[in-house]
Design a binder for this molecule. Structure first.
Ligand code: MG
Ligand code: MG
Length: 250
């Protein structure tokens, strides 16, 4: 495992990349409503990234065809935006987006309600966001990374939610996916966090069981039991005082 700790200069650029991602999410929050297509959301995201002189990190990444991952209801992650997917009242949509600015990546995902959603889905969104912030509590120098993973798992258990185990968080920097991999449940991981590490924490929690499948497109991850799934992600900088969130609006 090789982990590049970022200099102040590099963290500053990452903050700008993160802010562009946050601007996209601010626009997504406004735009997500009944009747909009996920292709339209994708096009809004692309425009904002380009207007800010950045590149859409996901576009072309291992052949991914779009700027955002748009994953509706039982879709967990990596859904393709499409002009045929029209959001309906009661849906939830997870939008994951990355921007590369001056060679550095920001990566953040959020799950949005469409109109009025069920109480169960409201709980899922609240709990998954809570799991993200529970994990972020441990993102400080000299802390064990596995404690962040444990906090995510404990939050999922508190709400009796499934945990997607095949995917997780990761180091971020010049590459979208750098070491270390971050599990969303307790494992034996010896890594001690140090300042300058920049990491994306991203719990994916399910209303049903843990198990997922990948659809025939080779990308879209769905829950096996077709129950809804949520995804919340921030890119953070590890400091002596805790997580500095890089994908928060400046
Ligand atoms: Mg990520
Ligand atoms: Mg992401």
């Amino acid at each position: 495992m090789s982990i590049h700790r970022k200099s102040k200069f590099e963290v500053n650029i990452m903050k700008q990349a993160g802010n562009i991602v946050a601007l996209v999410h601010a626009a997504m929050k406004e735009a997500v409503k009944e009747g909009i297509t996920t292709q339209e959301l994708n096009d809004i995201a692309y425009k904002i990234i380009k207007q800010n002189k950045a590149d859409a990190t996901f576009l072309g990444y291992h052949g991914f065809p779009a700027t955002i991952c748009a994953s509706v209801n039982e879709q967990v992650v990596h859904g393709f935006p499409s002009k045929d997917v029209i959001l309906k009242n009661g849906d939830i949509i997870s939008i994951d987006v990355g921007a590369t600015y001056k060679g550095f990546v920001g990566d953040s995902a959020w799950t949005y309600p469409v109109g009025e959603i069920s109480d169960e889905k409201k709980m899922l969104l609240k709990a998954t966001e809570e799991a993200l912030f529970a994990g972020l509590e441990y993102m400080r120098s000299n802390e064990k990374l596995e404690n962040a993973a444990g906090a995510i798992e404990d939050t999922a258990k508190k709400y009796n939610l499934g945990i997607v185990r095949q995917y997780g968080g990761h180091g971020v920097g010049r590459q979208m996916h750098e070491d270390p991999f971050v599990f969303n449940y307790r494992t034996n991981c010896p890594l001690i966090l140090q300042k300058g590490m920049t990491i994306a924490i991203e719990p994916m929690l399910n209303l049903g069981g843990d198990d997922v499948d990948v659809l025939e497109d080779g990308w879209t991850v769905v829950t096996k039991d077709k129950k809804a799934s949520a995804h919340f992600e921030h890119t953070v900088h590890v400091t002596d005082d805790g997580a500095e969130i890089l994908t928060k609006l400046l």
